[in-house]
Write a protein that binds this ligand. Structure first.
Ligand code: GDP
Ligand code: MG
Length: 303
């Protein structure tokens, strides 16, 4: 979660401006300052403009007259944005769908935190008593398969590996077949993430989803996009590229332990209208939080 709240930063940079707002004197300059702070927190242009307009309206009406009112208005706006559109944070993992396990495909660029997320999710599902199988669809990078194997072993999940360079769609099929034969509940499939702008990666991801869907109607049940929460608006650009390639059913925003810019979560949700399902807050197996819009908005604002 964000290390320093929005409120801390508003106080640091613009207490004088906020005081002006609180008095109901809506000087254009003070609203611009607020706008800058919200943009700097990675809330994105659309959300920022809406929040500032809301605060301005409330201030003009004299409704925003205390610090608590001011914070409340921003917090309510953030929460409302997170709850708009597709916003169901629960994982959709149907049981016994036509005799196959639930299938989760995990996407994202290199270093976003896909493999770590799969390790954490496998741990969580195991703790819930689910039988889990993990498939190593990132056959592109040396070491990626072993890294996933270590996570699977630690979580107590089954593992289907692959030789370097093997077709990731074939690995996905292997994993779902093995999971079906072994009667597991959930199959988690890792993928490669070299340059999201590279056409071959997009084609590869499309192929994985197409091959799986053709063989097992309704699968994948979840296609989760993992985004590094520390890369600012690049995360929004990545989200758009992936969402244009395959239907993204949910977002996972990682590394929020290392940044004060939690607003990126709001921006990516708004950019592709996909629900945020988890946030990563560290490198350990337990550092994964199911997303809660109310708690998150509170944490970002600091109230
Ligand atoms: P992948 O290339 O997408 O599979 O990314 P990895 O899972 O290998 O993660 C890349 C790096 O980010 C590793 O060093 C992870 O330990 C680290 N990482 C992943 N998630 C988090 C997180 O939520 N917080 C922090 N601080 N580090 C993370
Ligand atoms: Mg990986």
């Amino acid at each position: 979660m964000p290390r320093r709240s929005l409120w801390d930063r508003i106080k640091d940079v613009a207490l004088a401006d906020v005081t002006v707002l609180l008095r109901g004197g809506v000087r254009p300059g003070s609203l611009e300052r607020l706008e800058e702070i919200l943009l700097d927190a990675d809330l994105g242009v659309a959300t920022t403009l809406r929040l500032v307009a809301d605060v301005e309206r409330l201030a003009q009406r004299g409704t925003v007259s205390t610090e608590a009112d001011f914070l409340g208005a921003i917090r309510a706006g953030i929460e409302a944005t997170l709850r708009s559109g597709r916003s169901d944070a629960a994982l959709h993992l149907p049981t016994a769908s036509g005799g196959r396990p639930a299938v989760v495909v995990v996407l994202g660029v290199n270093g976003a935190g896909k493999t770590t997320f799969i390790g954490k999710l496998a741990t969580r599902l195991r703790e819930d008593g689910k039988r889990v199988l993990v498939g190593a669809g990132d056959t592109f990078r040396a070491g990626a398969v072993d890294q996933l194997r270590v996570w699977a072993e630690r979580a107590g999940a089954d593992f289907v590996g692959a030789a370097a360079g093997r077709d990731p769609a074939a690995v996905a099929v292997d994993a779902i077949e093995a999971g079906t034969a072994r009667g597991v509940d959930v199959v988690l499939i890792d993928t490669a993430g070299r340059l999201h702008t590279s056409t071959s990666l997009v084609d590869e991801l499309k192929k994985i989803v197409r091959v799986v869907a053709k063989r097992w109607p309704g699968a994948p049940d979840e296609t989760l996009l993992v985004l590094d929460g520390t890369i600012g608006q690049n995360a929004v650009a990545q989200a758009r590229v992936f969402a244009a390639a395959v239907p993204v059913t949910g977002l996972v925003v990682t590394k929020l332990d290392g940044t004060a810019k939690g607003g990126i979560v709001v921006a990516v949700h708004e950019a592709i209208d996909a629900p945020v399902k988890f946030v990563g807050v560290g490198e350990g197996a337990g550092d994964l939080l199911p997303f809660d819009a109310t708690a998150f908005a509170r944490e970002v604002v600091g109230a």
